[in-house]
Design a protein around this ligand. Structure first.
Ligand code: F6R
Length: 249
């Protein structure tokens, strides 16, 4: 009985949409984000970097350019930033966001929040980030990608579900995966500041996007397997409003 009830409760707030292409996945995700902005122009968005959301951001830019979207009152909080990289570093997440989204829309730069990877006071930076999220009224819609090991943000397997923004040491797996973006593997930072699992679970709505066959196995494990810190994304099964958009090809 407990088992049946548990399975019933888990995933009750979950919607899963499969698409046949990256473009369709991106368009669906952008649809959800744009509806949120149109209905609530002062919305607070949680944003992710990585290769997966680039198409979603491009679609949002296209709709902005057509005059269908207005970002002037939108507030954003990014999930994470490498520790030790400044926003001018081409591999920093700040640089990524400026390039793939912020420089191409009418967002007020004052409304953009990304952890400061160059901080000299990590505790103050993390506490200030959490406070800023709270002061903004919390995150209305959090966009997430998923790592092949089930990480979300930089919350690696084994991360506590209790953490807000904090400093993490990246796993070898993640350093390897990210090395493709740096000239040498040795240049990949080994630490990062990330919103914690608790920060993510506090978001009112979550939109997880996953692209291609390489993500299907971990997605299955995260959405239908046991809820365990070894698969950080598995906690999302307990979120009351989770939408997953996965491209199968
Ligand atoms: C980055 C982030 C990461 C990525 C994940 C998937 O801000 O939150 O958790 O979402 O590493 O990355 P891609 O999209 O490159 O497969």
């Amino acid at each position: 009985m407990t088992f049946i009830l548990d399975n019933f409760i888990r995933g009750m707030g979950m919607k899963i949409i499969f698409t046949d292409s990256y473009d369709q996945m991106s368009r669906r995700a952008a649809n959800i984000i744009s509806a949120q902005i149109i209905l609530h122009p002062q919305t607070v968005l949680g944003l992710a970097t990585g290769t997966t959301p680039i198409g979603t951001y491009q679609q949002l830019i296209n709709w902005y350019e057509k005059g269908d979207l207005d970002f002037s009152q939108v507030i954003t909080f990014n999930l994470d930033e490498y520790y030790g990289l400044s926003g001018e570093h081409p591999q920093s997440y700040r640089y990524f966001m400026d390039t793939y989204l912020f420089n191409q829309i009418n967002i007020n730069k004052k409304n953009i929040h990304i952890p400061n990877g160059m901080t000299s006071d990590i505790d103050a930076e993390c506490a200030g980030y959490d406070q800023a999220i709270e002061d903004a009224g919390g995150i209305d819609l959090q966009l997430l990608g998923i790592g092949r090991n089930g990480h979300i943000g930089f919350n690696e397997p084994g991360s506590s579900y209790e953490k807000l923004t904090h400093l993490v040491t990246l796993t070898e797996n993640t350093i390897q995966a990210n090395a493709r973006l740096f000239a040498k593997k040795e240049e990949v930072p080994t630490k990062a500041l990330t919103m914690g699992m608790k920060s993510i679970m506090h978001a009112k709505r979550i939109l997880l996007i996953a692209n291609g066959p390489a993500k299907i196995q971990i997605l299955n494990q995260a959405l239908y397997g046991s809820i365990t810190p070894e698969v950080p994304a598995s906690i999302l099964q307990l979120h009351p409003d989770l939408t997953v958009i996965a491209s199968q090809k």
